[in-house]
Design a protein around this ligand. Structure first.
Ligand SMILES: Nc1ncnc2c1ncn2[C@@H]1O[C@H](COP(=O)(O)OP(=O)(O)OP(=O)(O)O)[C@@H](O)[C@H]1O
Ligand SMILES: [Mg+2]
Length: 559
């Protein structure tokens, strides 16, 4: 065997995949046009562009999820036109989808090995299945998940990791990752990047789609920029600054993260006292003040989403209480133009033992929620933007019970403009929008509702830099009006830019609260990991971290 003691100059790259003048139309609308691009073995190509630029569409064409309208592809020199995802996978072309493709009712193991379930004479071999699943999970540090857990019981971050694990197969030649880290924290992201390095060393080509530009700079060799369905640039990543990249994507600079002083906080609006549910959330106490943004950091599975769900009454707490104070200061909320102001309230406290009994009760008390899981909890995909955006408050668009078309229209036009939602019209079904644009609709829903407390769970997930700046502006405006905002985010830079205080969750507990000026990325991460050691020894560590309703609660957690 020849040994190579000295490093040889790299061989000139042979394109593994050639995309040739590919275009895509949806009825009369062209969403991709004339995209010509070569992908080399062993490289990481960042595919970037604003929300709706066509990144997912191009990815889906490559991976057999949707056919191109025009143009063609060659894989290792052979014509490649996969008619289905299955067919693409048979050629080693796989995709981690932006909208997760897992089957919620199947177990983790079944999802991981779907289509390759081991059986003997027609009988499923459960032991073999679970062992294989465990190996697959270990690759990305998910040893603690029981392969027999139904996927529907996992938090969305863990689902994302399972989706990634599912696609880490030995026969992979091309792996497309569409927003794989939108719901991951630094720890999981590191596992993923280790796997990516392992794959590229083997010659696998990676297409990486992300709005987190610092990640692209960390792992990508080249960046391809899409704008309005056209490829406008393909550049080496080395020497490209984030600002360069943004300008190429958006056509202008966006000043994304400024350093603001702490906002002046008013009276306490919400008091959370010892709220808990099993081991998922353990005796969390905090108070939110009018006009402040309280950030919540923590690893995937640390109980952040579970806490938000308890505060919103989506899950029932088994101890503690939530109190919402109404006060006359609420009157100075002028939401969207043309929308009635909230009723003046005297100083009333709405105390709910074990949290609110339902989301409806929470909404009545003045709480709103922007969810991370837009698909299953946020949106009616078949319904138009108009319906989805006004869903939270019909009273805003009706007078005496009658829907005011003109008012509604004006309101929806306002959202579309403010948040630059890319759509044909307010009548377009939300399911047809790109991922980031769907997220903006979830957000729009609460813009006009006079909530006192807005809970935001990963509000900018999958949203591009330009639109993210718009959302930050809206959040600032809401805080200025005296609302209290509680924002969960996996993006520490976002939290550090937006929040006045940051609470860190670890293994179900609120382990630290930092004031603006006191935190650093280091100190936040250290706090996030602080309780993990203890957690690993608890039996519940293997239990799903996010139960989606009382019936799915892990039995050990409802003692
Ligand atoms: N089924 C569909 N019918 C009509 N239009 C669609 C459909 N699917 C996608 N589109 C449109 O195609 C365009 C490109 O969408 P795509 O999902 O590829 O964007 P993206 O670059 O992935 O955006 P994001 O960053 O938000 O994920 C969007 O304008 C979207 O509305
Ligand atoms: Mg997309």
């Amino acid at each position: 065997m020849p040994s190579t003691p000295t490093t040889q100059p790299p061989a000139p790259p042979t394109p593994l995949l050639c995309i040739d003048a590919v275009g895509k139309d949806y009825s009369a609308t062209t969403v991709l046009d004339g995209v010509t691009l070569a992908l080399n073995a062993g490289e990481v190509l960042a595919l970037t562009g604003e929300n709706g630029a066509g990144k997912s569409t191009l990815s889906k064409i490559v991976c057999g999820l949707t056919p191109a309208t025009r143009g063609g592809m060659r894989l290792a020199g052979q014509t490649f036109a996969p008619a289905t995802r299955r067919e693409a996978e048979q050629h080693g072309v796989r995709m981690v989808m932006q909208e997760l493709g897992l089957v919620p009712t199947l177990t983790v193991a079944e999802n991981l090995l779907l289509g390759r379930l081991p059986n003997r004479a027609g009988w499923l071999q459960r032991e073999v299945l679970h062992a294989a699943a465990r190996t697959q999970l270990a690759k990305i540090g998910l040893e603690s998940i029981d392969p027999a857990t139904p996927v529907s019981q996992l938090g969305i971050g863990q689902q994302q990791m399972v989706e990634i694990a599912r696609n880490l197969q030995d026969d992979t030649r091309i792996l497309v990752l569409d927003e794989p880290t939108a719901m991951l924290t630094p720890r999981e992201t590191t596992y993923l990047f280790d796997q990516i390095a392992r794959l590229t060393a083997r010659g696998v080509a990676i297409v990486y789609v992300s709005h987190r530009l610092e990640e692209l700079r960390r792992i990508a060799d080249r960046a391809a920029v899409l704008r309005d369905g056209r490829l406008v640039d393909v550049l080496p990543m080395a020497g490209l600054s984030e600002d360069d990249l943004v300008r190429r994507m958006v056509g202008r600079s966006v000043n994304d993260l400024d350093h603001r002083p702490r906002r002046t906080a008013g009276a306490v609006v919400m008091e959370v006292s010892g709220i808990g549910r099993g081991t998922a959330v353990q005796d969390v106490s905090l108070s939110l003040r009018a006009g402040e943004v309280f950030g919540v950091a923590g690893l995937v599975g640390s109980g952040r989403t579970e806490l938000v769900r308890l505060l919103f009454g989506a899950d029932r707490a088994d101890r503690g209480s939530v109190t919402v104070h109404g006060s006359d200061s609420d009157k100075k909320q002028p939401p969207v133009q043309g929308v009635k102001a909230p009723k003046a309230t005297k100083s009333v406290a709405n105390k709910a033992d074990k949290g609110f009994a339902s989301p409806l009760a929470a909404i009545r008390a003045g709480i709103g929620l922007v969810t991370e899981d837009r698909k299953s909890q946020g949106l009616l995909l078949a319904q138009p933007i108009r319906i989805n955006a006004t869903l939270s408050d019909w009273s805003a668009v009706s007078r005496g019970g009658w829907l005011q078309r003109a008012l509604e229209h004006r309101l929806v036009q306002g959202f579309v403009r403010t948040l630059s939602i890319r759509c044909r019209s307010g009548e377009q079904p939300v399911g047809q929008l790109s991922g980031g644009n769907q997220q903006k609709v979830v957000f729009a829903r609460w813009l006009h509702r006079p909530v006192r407390v807005l809970l935001l769970d990963e509000p900018t997930r999958g949203v591009d830099v330009g639109a993210r700046a718009e959302i930050y502006t809206e959040l600032d405006r809401m805080a200025d009006e005296g609302r209290a905002l509680l924002m969960v985010s996996s993006d520490l830079r976002e939290l550090m830019a937006m929040a006045d205080r940051i609470g860190v969750m670890s293994a179900g507990r609120l382990v630290a609260v930092f004031e603006r000026g006191e935190w650093s990325e280091q100190s936040l991460l250290a706090a996030a990991f602080s309780d993990m050691a203890g957690r690993a020894t608890e039996p519940s560590a293997a239990a799903p971290s996010s139960s989606r309703g009382p019936s799915s609660a892990p039995s050990s957690a409802t003692a």
